[in-house]
Each structure stands twice: as structure tokens, then as C-alpha cells.
Write a protein that binds this ligand. Structure first.
Ligand code: 5GP
Ligand code: MN
Length: 325
């Protein structure tokens, strides 16, 4: 990276429907490259160029361009938080057209699709990998970089509550906070702010949640769904539903939780979470998606009931294969 010619064009890409780790690690790394003197740089992600409302305060958003305007043959492409090429949508061709491709990720299922792959399945977030690389490049953390990486780290650790929250995670958080960023303001903006319409929408969607204690071989399944019509009635964008799984997964009686979110006619983005008895990434991979042991997802087709039927069937299959099952 230090040998990059000054006029090199660098394209940063994160996964479709970017979350805090995808955007935060990408923009934090981009701001770091800017400090190294990289001037011709774009950041992008596949699909509509819409940043989810909670992430609209991230530093470095000026790096973003719509996927349609991204360099067609960059000198360097760097991918963030994407376990496989399929997560790059239409931008996948840049892996071929770029001079070289670097992958930064933390999914155990990462397929190693870059020329150089910095993949640490033990890292709590892609931002951990990004910060390590910035440190090796001797880029000092400033408040802008730190805020991006902090959003990424706190998103993927569930605000430092999940199992992946190691001493090293808190040490990284300490380095980031030492730049003077304000965790209270950041957390309120990223996690604790939503329009009243979204509060009402959540009420309706949570009101129709189903608990199936016998599912997942008795470990229990809780699930709900939200349609495009639900969103339209409450005047909300699809990205407000990202936080819904956190309310559903509280359910004491179920190890597995699931939210089925309509994205188009007959198409659903499925979020799954587990408390530990079930490896939901196995279910997601079997249904064409991916993710981590405790958090995974896939694209489902048909009706919401058909999608949940498939999940139920795979849950039983996944459990017969696990030690605890
Ligand atoms: P979420 O439920 O927050 O959207 O996603 C949880 C995890 O599942 C993420 O870490 C992401 O890697 C993975 N994931 C979600 N949806 C998909 C998908 O459609 N395909 C793949 N491969 N992974 C997904
Ligand atoms: Mn991540």
C-alpha cells in the first residue's frame, strides 16, 4: 500500500445492504488511506446508493459513490466484511478488472476470493482487521477514522455484549475512544434513534411474532415477518427493520430467532440469530446465504410461510449434525 503510485485509483467495496461494520470498516480504512496520501479513491456498495439512517453521521461519507459510478478498472480494489463474491452484487467484476484485489473480513466462511486475503475469523468485526492493517501502515488514528471503526466494532459486538467481546476488543475500543470520540452521542445516533413510524411498525410486526417451542429439536424458534406493504403503511424504509431482530431475539423460550423481511414480490431478506445451541450459519449456508454461528442470513423466495418452513426443516437437519444437538 505504501508503494501505491500517487495517482493510483483505489476502489473500496463493502457488502450489499451495508451494516455498521461494512460501512464503518470501509470508511475508516478509506480515511486512513487518505492520510497516507491516496487521493483518487472511491467507496461504494452494490444496489441502491442509500446509507441507512443510523449510519448517516459516519465520517468519510464523502468517499461514497453510487455503484454505477465506481471506477471500472481500479488499480486496487479492497473489499470489506464480504464473505464471498456474491455479497458484492454487480461490483463482482471489479475483482477481475482491478490491478489487484485485497479482502478484509472476519467470516469463518470467507472463500478467499481476493488476491490477498486478510481474513481473521476470530476478529469481532472487520474493523479489527482494518485497524491492524492501518497500524502496520503507520497510519495514526484520528477522530474520524476512530468513529468509523468504533461504529463498526460496537455494531458487530452488539455494543460489547456478544461472546466475541474479548479483552482485545475493549483495548481497541480504548484506543478509539482516546481520540476523543463521544460514545454516548454515537450510540444514541446509531442504536437508539428511530422515527415514530418505525416504533409503530415494530409494534405491529412484533405483535404477530410466533413462538414455536418444539422447533429446532426443542430449542425453540421465534419468528416474525414484515412486508413492503407494512413499510409503506408506516412510511418507513427497509433499513429500519435491521434492528427488529434485536427485539425478537430477546425471547427467553427460543434459542433461534428469525425475521423475514420482504425485499420484492416473492423475495425476502432473512435474519437469524442463535443463543448458542444452534449454529444458524449452517442453516443459512444450506439455504444459499452465510454468516456466523450466532448471526446469519440468506435470501428466501416464495411466501413468508414457505421461507419459514424451509428454515424449520434445516434447523432440524443442522441440529442432528451438532455436538449439542
Ligand atoms: P443480518 O441478519 O444482520 O442482516 O446478518 C447477519 C449475518 O449474516 C451477517 O454477518 C452477514 O454476514 C450474514 N448474512 C446476512 N444475509 C446474508 C445473505 O443474504 N448472504 C450471506 N452470504 N450472508 C448473509
Ligand atoms: Mn462484520
Amino acid at each position: 500500500m505504501q508503494q501505491l503510485p500517487p495517482d493510483a485509483r483505489v476502489l473500496l467495496i463493502c457488502h450489499v445492504n451495508p451494516d455498521g461494520d461494512a460501512l464503518g470498516s470501509m470508511l475508516g480504512f478509506g480515511l486512513g488511506l487518505r492520510r497516507l496520501g491516496v487521493r483518487r479513491m472511491q467507496a461504494t456498495f452494490p444496489g441502491p446508493p442509500e446509507v441507512p439512517e443510523p449510519l448517516k453521521g459516519l465520517p468519510g461519507l464523502d468517499l461514497l459513490v453510487p455503484a454505477t459510478e465506481a471506477y471500472s478498472d481500479p488499480d486496487l480494489v479492497v473489499c470489506f466484511d464480504a464473505a464471498s463474491e456474491s455479497r458484492l452484487g454487480d461490483l463482482v467484476d471489479r475483482l477481475e478488472s482491478a490491478g489487484t484485489a485485497l479482502v478484509l473480513d472476519h467470516h469463518a466462511s470467507n472463500t478467499g476470493f481476493g488476491r490477498v486475503n486478510l481474513v481473521d475469523p476470530h476478529a469481532a468485526a472487520t474493523s479489527v482487521v482494518a485497524e491492524e492493517l492501518l497500524a502496520r501502515l503507520d497510519v495514526p488514528l484520528d477522530a474520524g477514522i476512530a468513529e468509523c471503526l468504533y461504529v463498526a466494532l460496537s455494531t458487530d459486538t452488539g455494543s460489547f455484549r456478544f461472546e466475541a467481546t474479548t479483552p482485545a476488543v475493549h483495548q481497541l475500543a480504548a484506543r478509539l475512544l482516546a481520540t476523543g470520540i463521544r460514545p454516548g452521542d454515537i450510540s444514541r445516533r446509531v442504536f437508539d434513534t428511530r422515527p415514530f413510524g418505525a416504533v409503530k411498525l415494530f409494534g405491529e410486526v412484533l405483535g404477530r411474532a410466533r413462538l414455536e417451542p418444539a422447533a429446532a429439536a426443542g430449542h425453540g424458534l421465534v419468528w416474525t415477518y414484515a412486508t413492503l406493504d407494512d413499510l409503506a403503511r408506516h412510511g418507513q424504509r427497509p433499513s429500519v427493520l435491521e434492528a427488529l431482530i434485536d427485539s425478537v431475539r430477546c425471547t427467553a423460550e427460543a434459542d433461534v430467532s428469525c425475521v423475514v423481511k420482504q425485499t420484492a414480490a416473492g423475495e425476502w431478506a432473512v435474519s437469524m440469530r442463535s443463543k448458542g445451541a444452534v449454529d444458524v450459519s449452517r442453516v443459512a449456508v444450506a439455504l444459499g446465504g452465510g454468516g456466523h454461528r450466532f448471526a446469519a442470513g440468506f435470501t428466501g423466495r416464495g411466501t413468508a410461510d414457505e421461507v419459514v418452513d424451509r428454515i424449520r426443516a434445516e434447523l432440524d437437519g443442522a441440529l442432528t449434525g451438532t455436538a449439542r444437538g
